[in-house]
Design a binder for this molecule. Structure first.
Ligand code: NAG
Ligand code: NAG
Ligand code: NAG
Length: 452
């Protein structure tokens, strides 16, 4: 098995021959047979660090893939898998029962799922010191992956390329977008980068934490006593962040969540209209589950690695892919991915969004109305902190309603756009916007990628 850093695995004539002979190369398989082309592989992005990606060519009855954009999807956590959760639970062609998804984004874009940071999903490290510990490493690893990808798949170099993301994936997407913009300017990566979309994204964690209390109070999920308790711990988080004590801030963030859980009878952080679903016990020591990081991991990564999805990925999907090393299990290193980013969680990246806006990169922010962990009020708060010179004009605009179908009178979202910043308020969606509201999420992607 070849897992070393690689150029394209086989020269095209050999590949064609192998396909004609009906031999699986492990890299290109059509499955299910009538669906479009898929390709996947590993890229060694650093010593001992191997990143897995999976590309689906757009399948549209009227358009060739070359007439549609390429969208890269980045999951959160950190440690949540794009190839697993994003693909089978949100936007890919099949759901986790392997049934076709009506609202798949594949009808309007080619989709590139990447398991990042290394150690996430089918990505893996050989040594414990190879995990990423900060956003800079996450972004530079992704530059190696994207350079390899676009060098090997020249057909995508001119196609408009967009990054869409969710949660912590949004924070990574911002950092990655800025590095990609620079790499294109320097000529080191050839691609037609056209914009980044930050979904329910962890851009300014403290703005989320500070808005939890007032948000929950306003929708009858906290009483006066509860509001006071939540506000107090939120102030402590703010204090720690202001002092640059990010690990302490992470610990306090965990405490704030426990206080909310106690005062709301277990509200679900990903959709305030539901309750926390009990999870199966983690396969790890009691000590870990009781530690503050264990608690946070359990809440923020385990829900992306449910047992049923894990069985799918480690069963039929792994078999289909055929290149996953025997000792690598999907999700097996996700806990370590999360723990290694401990010092990065609470760092804001508002200044990176400012740099993107000043550089002329198209930035979209979208947020689910019912999300708590990254509530919309908190997103609006960091947007107001942007130093972008066009912000006053953006603020003066009125939003416009959006409907998922022309015939429908039900408001699905509101949108505001000025120059290269757009904000979508997605109604009736929690944290996972495409899972909760597939129709409007697809429409939004089409709007962002200038197809409507
Ligand atoms: C689709 O586009 C690719 C790349 O431009 C081209 O090679 C291929 O022939 C096209 N396929 C069809 C069916 O037009
Ligand atoms: C990027 O995509 C747009 C839209 O398809 C196209 O007009 C433009 O020429 C492309 N740019 C590059 C550098 O390929
Ligand atoms: C940014 O979006 C606007 C439309 O909203 C579009 O006209 C422009 O071409 C986009 N810029 C890039 C670099 O894709």
């Amino acid at each position: 098995m070849e897992l070393a850093p690689r150029k394209c695995r086989f020269p095209p004539p050999l590949l064609l021959l192998l396909l004609l002979l009906g031999l699986s190369t492990g890299a290109i398989v059509n499955w299910p047979t009538e669906e479009g082309k898929e390709v996947w592989d590993y890229v060694t992005v650093r010593k001992d660090a191997h990143m897995f990606w999976w590309l689906y060519y757009a399948t549209n009855p009227c358009k060739n893939f070359s007439e549609l954009p390429l969208v890269m999807w980045l999951q959160g956590g950190p440690g949540g898998s794009s190839t697993g959760f994003g693909n089978f639970e949100e936007i890919g062609p099949l759901d986790s029962d392997l049934k076709p998804r009506r609202t798949t984004w594949l009808q309007s874009a080619s989709l590139l799922f990447v398991d990042n940071p290394v150690g996430t999903g089918f990505s893996y490290v050989d040594k414990d010191d190879a995990y990423a510990k900060d956003l800079a490493t996450v972004a530079s690893d992704m530059m190696v992956l994207l350079k390899t990808f676009f060098d090997c798949h020249k057909e995508f170099q001119t196609i408009p390329f967009y990054i869409f993301s969710e949660s912590y994936g949004g924070k990574m997407a911002a950092g990655i977008a800025l590095e990609l913009h620079k790499a294109i300017q320097q000529g080191s990566i050839k691609c037609n980068f056209s914009g980044v979309a930050l979904g329910d994204s962890w851009i300014s964690p403290v703005d989320s934490v500070l808005s939890w209390g007032p948000y929950l109070y306003s929708v009858s999920l906290l009483d006066d006593q509860g509001l006071a308790e939540v506000s107090q711990v939120a102030e402590e988080v703010l204090d720690a962040v202001n002092k640059g004590l990010y690990k302490e801030a992470t610990q306090l963030w965990g405490q704030a969540e426990v206080i909310i859980e106690q005062n709301t009878d277990g509200v679900n952080f990903y959709n305030i209209l539901t309750k926390n679903a009990p999870m199966s016990p983690m396969k790890s020591s009691l000590e870990f589950t009781q530690s503050h990081l264990g608690h946070l991991y359990h809440r923020h990564v385990r829900h992306l690695n449910q047992d049923s999805l894990s069985q799918l990925m480690n069963g039929p999907i792994r078999k289909k892919l055929g290149i996953i090393p025997e000792d690598c299990s999907w999700g097996g290193q996700s806990k370590n991915v999360f723990l290694n980013m401990e010092g990065d969680f609470m760092k804001p990246v508002i200044s990176i969004v400012d740099e993107l806006l000043e550089a002329g990169v198209n930035v979209t922010v979208y947020n689910g109305q019912l999300d708590l962990i990254v509530d919309t009020v908190g997103q609006e708060a960091w947007v107001r902190k942007l130093k972008w010179t066009e912000l006053p004009k953006f603020n003066q605009l009125k939003w416009k309603p959006l409907y998922s179908e022309a015939k429908s009178s039900e408001t699905s979202a509101f949108v505001k756009r000025h120059e290269n910043l757009a904000f979508y308020w997605i109604l009736r969606a929690g944290h996972m916007v495409p899972s909760d509201q597939g129709d409007i999420a697809l429409k939004m992607m089409r709007l962002v990628t200038q197809q409507e």
